[in-house]
Design a protein around this ligand. Structure first.
Ligand code: FAD
Length: 490
């Protein structure tokens, strides 16, 4: 392989199993993207027994083992999942907690710990897996941006092209490209950078005292940015937040576990009929749990464990109906805020520093040093105007591959090697994550893992789901395809 790079690489030794000829060529699996998903696949490959020499190459254009969510931040943003559910390994569900307790001995499984600490855990877990791997299993880390993949002219391999001119050959490639930027807002292309922030995770929020700021989106990102921005402006900015339904995520809360009287079978029967029936079944499940002293969140956890099967049983028209009418309500109950964050956000709202609206942005226009926002309140006939100093796009990652501005993904789509999901949820894969091409063929060499698995499973954004997909893919690549785990949220 023609890898020449000045970047940091790491290898654990010779690529041959004990007793085998060192000359036997190592199989090369290249993983593109080292956020949670790519790092988890690499760790699993290093930990699993490998009969053949194996070379795992992890390529990341930014910081290894961090991704969008767990990088170094100017502020201690919190995880929105408690520590006891954030292990990267379902075989060792308290691995992250044990790591955290080495720094913070009082940390408990119920705590919402800093996201940056989670990035340190991923880095450390990857290094440990590499060190503990047998000599015939190697890890190499390469810093670089993969821009294209093509079939080798001669030979059965795949060739990756990096932006810096580097090329390398792989037997198998795992795409772990992660969270794309949000979809641009109408008119945003005419606004200069400080007035319009296209991706809030690229730079710290710079609200100033006396400013009026519009956050588009009212989910978890909005909550983080509103609190960080309010702190930056020392409580002297006016913040507006807008989304279609104007719903804010519910708070996380620990609750007494109550065994539901109805469960999987009732939900499956309802999903086979319609989304409307399913919503009714979920509601009565939550009510039943609450009546018996439990908490509706238990119903959400139960549904979350069944989501892949429920989603797959919904006909296409019903999936569309879900996206149009139910998605917003599901998201605010499913993606919840740590109670501390929720309380701080409620305080902002009570103090009149945060105004939440239900409506739709029609257009953003430059207006001297400000931005004129034309928006329509939900159900209203005419548009309103709001003059603000900044607009921050907090609508969350746009998983519609057809909108992708990523060179690699665009190139794969153009070649017909990858196919965008018609509902705009990601890309088409089979049950192991193998790409399905434009002629319907399942690839034996190209795989995807990450949030764009949504067309098949719907729930694939958070660690409890992604770690299972990463494990399942690693088992398959290690030749143990029979070990298919079920996605289950602890
Ligand atoms: C701000 C934020 C906070 C979150 N908090 C939580 C949380 O508390 N708990 C939870 O369970 N989930 C959380 N999530 C969900 C999160 O999506 C998953 O937990 C997980 O981090 C997704 O990992 P990923 O590797 O699939 O994607 P990403 O984290 O986006 O990583 C993808 C990586 O691939 C790299 N990459 C992409 N294309 C290329 C290329 N062509 N060449 C080289 N490198 C490339 C990128 O630089 C990036 O580092 C959060 C998400 C966000 C955005």
């Amino acid at each position: 392989m023609d890898v020449h790079t000045g970047s940091r690489t790491f290898s654990t030794g010779a690529a041959h199993p004990p007793g085998e000829s060192p000359a036997s060529p190592a199989r090369t699996i290249v993983i593109v993207g080292a956020g949670f998903s790519g790092t988890a696949v690499a760790m699993n490959l290093l930990r699993l027994p490998q009969a053949q020499p194996l070379r795992v190459v992890l390529i990341e254009r930014e910081v290894m083992a961090r991704g969008t969510a767990y990088g170094r931040q100017h502020r201690a943003y919190l995880l929105n999942v408690p520590a006891g559910r954030m292990s990267a390994s379902s075989a060792d569900p308290l691995e992250f907690l044990a790591f955290a307790q080495r720094r913070h001995p009082d940390a408990t499984a119920a705590d919402f710990l800093p996201r940056e600490l989670y990035g340190e855990y991923l880095e450390s877990a990857l290094a440990c897996a590499a060190q503990a791997a047998p000599p015939h299993v190697q890890l190499e880390r390469i810093r670089g941006h993969v821009i294209a993949i093509e079939r080798e002219h001669r030979g059965a391999g795949l060739r990756l092209h990096l932006e810096n001119g580097l090329r390398l050959t792989a037997d198998t490639i795992v795409l772990a490209l992660g969270n794309p930027a949000p979809k641009p807002l109408p008119g945003s292309e005419r606004l200069p950078q400080p007035r319009y922030v296209a991706d809030p995770w690229r730079a710290p929020p710079q609200f100033r005292a006396g400013e009026t700021v519009l956050l588009v989106g009212t989910g978890l990102t909005m909550a983080d940015i509103a609190l960080a921005g309010d702190a930056a402006a020392q409580g002297r900015a006016t913040i507006h937040a807008i989304s279609r339904h104007g719903l804010i995520p519910a708070p996380q809360r620990e609750a007494r576990q109550v065994e539901p009287r109805s469960g999987a079978a009732t939900l499956a029967r309802a999903a086979a009929v319609s989304v409307r029936r399913l919503v009714r079944a979920v509601r009565s499940l939550a009510e039943d749990i609450e009546v018996r002293g439990g908490d509706w969140r238990e119903a959400v956890t139960l549904v979350r464990n069944l989501v892949p099967a429920l989603w797959q049983s919904l006909p296409a028209a019903e999936r569309r109906r879900f996206l149009r009418h139910v998605r917003g309500y599901w998201e605010v109950h499913r993606h919840r805020l740590p109670e501390r964050t929720w309380a701080a956000l409620s305080e902002l709202w009570r103090a009149g520093r945060l105004h939440v609206h239900a409506g739709r942005i029609e257009r953003l226009e430059p207006a001297d040093r400000q931005v004129r926002v034309r928006w329509r309140a939900r159900g209203a006939r005419s548009a309103k105007t709001l003059l603000v100093d900044r607009v921050i796009n907090c609508t969350g990652p746009d998983y519609d591959a057809r909108h992708s501005r990523e060179r690699l993904l665009r190139s794969l789509l153009a070649q017909g090697v990858a196919v965008a999901d018609p509902l705009g949820l990601g890309i088409r894969t089979d049950e192991r994550g193998a790409l399905i091409d434009a002629s319907g063929r399942v690839s034996g060499r190209l795989y995807y893992v990450g949030p764009m698995l949504r067309p098949r499973y719907w729930e694939t954004t958070a660690v409890p789901e992604l770690r299972v997909h990463a494990e399942r893919l690693a088992w398959h690549l290690a030749g143990d395809a029979g070990s298919g785990a079920h996605v289950r949220v602890a």
